[in-house]
Design a binder for this molecule. Structure first.
Ligand code: NDP
Length: 336
């Protein structure tokens, strides 16, 4: 008799606040989730230092430590982890969902997509080539390499401010380069950045090219004034690109509905995608809030949506399948 392949109740793809929270809730619902948490598990918080805005940590907590705690809490209730990147998925509308690591196939009745987002690139010459040789997208990871050096941080949002504050603890001089005179960053982050004695601001400029010196490392950044178009060469040892993020939805493109920027589209007020049994949570959905606490919140929603979907299948399989965007039947809250 041929072995029947195991079909999981829930597979979670992604190991950040959203994925781990989805795992915690589905584990506590006895659904024994299988989490593909990625080779670099922990998501974006793995590259963050102090998290001061997650409720319950009045003294703040380091991002990696917080992710370890999320993970341990999910593990305590029976979550299984695969610390690797999913290669591809085959999603279906209400049928079995397939997740692949190479040729290794994993089946599930539901999948919760929580792959998050990654740093956006400028797309200018030298940016990729000089990665690790002066150009970085992670101040927290690479700031210490620039002790007593001159650096720039490109961007005007909270990420740029956070990177600037962190890197300025090492660098001798730091210049924040923003393409507008106005900053997108929150007032408190901007004020904190301005308070640092070794930080200057240069606006309205963009980086047009990263140029190497004879040693093959970054020598200067060609900056272009966005109003006049004039360029100037800004000599610097390091450049941190901190201009936002893009959703990591490549593996589900053309399978599940996404918007023009690649964010997965979910039904308003839920985590349901256009496919029955496929749910999406966290930064892969959220272009607006993008906080650890909101990601965790939608991770919880995804787990409850998956639980409701499983409970209604097969008795009323249509309840949470909403092809064409019909409104959902509201399921009762599962007992906790
Ligand atoms: P944002 O989208 O908020 O900011 C991106 C910045 O990069 C903007 O200044 C934008 O300019 C600029 N930018 C985008 N593309 C380019 C380009 N091609 N060339 C030059 N500049 C460019 O992203 P963040 O990553 O900063 O923040 C994302 C979210 O995470 C926000 O909600 C933020 O509040 C949150 N966050 C919170 C933190 C905290 O509380 N500690 C830390 C980090 C992030 P423009 O404004 O002109 O579009």
């Amino acid at each position: 008799m041929a072995d029947e392949k195991k079909v999981e109740d829930v597979i979670v793809v992604g190991g950040g606040p959203a994925g781990y929270t989805a795992a915690l809730y589905t584990a506590r619902a006895n659904l024994a989730p299988l989490v593909f948490e990625g080779f670099q598990w922990g998501g974006q918080l793995q590259n963050t230092t102090d998290v001061e805005n997650y409720p319950g940590y009045p003294d703040g907590i380091m991002g990696p430590e917080m992710m370890s705690q999320f993970r341990a809490q999910a593990e305590r209730f029976g979550t299984r982890f695969v610390t690797d990147d999913v290669d591809r998925v085959e999603l279906s509308d209400g049928d079995v969902q397939r997740v692949y690591l190479g040729d290794e196939e994993h089946l599930a009745k539901t999948v919760i997509l929580a792959m998050g987002a990654e740093p956006r690139r400028l797309g200018v010459p030298g940016e990729i080539e000089l990665g690790g040789r002066g150009v970085s997208t992670c101040g927290v990871c690479d700031g210490a390499f620039f002790k007593d050096r001159k650096v720039i941080v490109i961007g005007g949002g909270d990420s740029a401010m956070e990177d600037s504050i962190f890197v300025s603890k090492y660098a001798s001089d730091l210049t924040v380069v923003n393409r507008r005179d106005e900053f997108r960053a929150s007032k408190i982050m901007l004020e904190r950045t301005k308070e640092r004695p070794n930080i200057d601001f240069k606006t309205p400029f963009v980086a047009a090219e990263f140029v190497a010196g004879e040693d093959g490392k970054l020598d200067h950044v060609r900056l272009r004034n966005t109003e006049t178009g004039e360029t100037e060469d800004f000599v610097t040892d390091g450049a941190f690109v901190a201009i936002g993020h893009i959703p990591k939805s490549e593996i589900v493109q053309d399978q599940v509905e996404t918007d023009e920027d690649g964010y997965i589209v979910v039904q308003p007020g839920s985590t349901r995608t256009n496919l029955g049994g496929v749910f999406a949570v966290g930064d892969i959905v959220d272009r607006t809030y993008r906080q650890a606490v909101t990601a965790a919140g939608t991770g919880c929603m995804g787990a409850l949506d998956a639980e409701w979907y499983l409970r209604d299948t097969p008795p009323s399989p249509g309840a949470h399948r909403m092809p064409g965007g019909e409104s959902a039947e509201i399921a009762p809250t599962p007992g906790s």
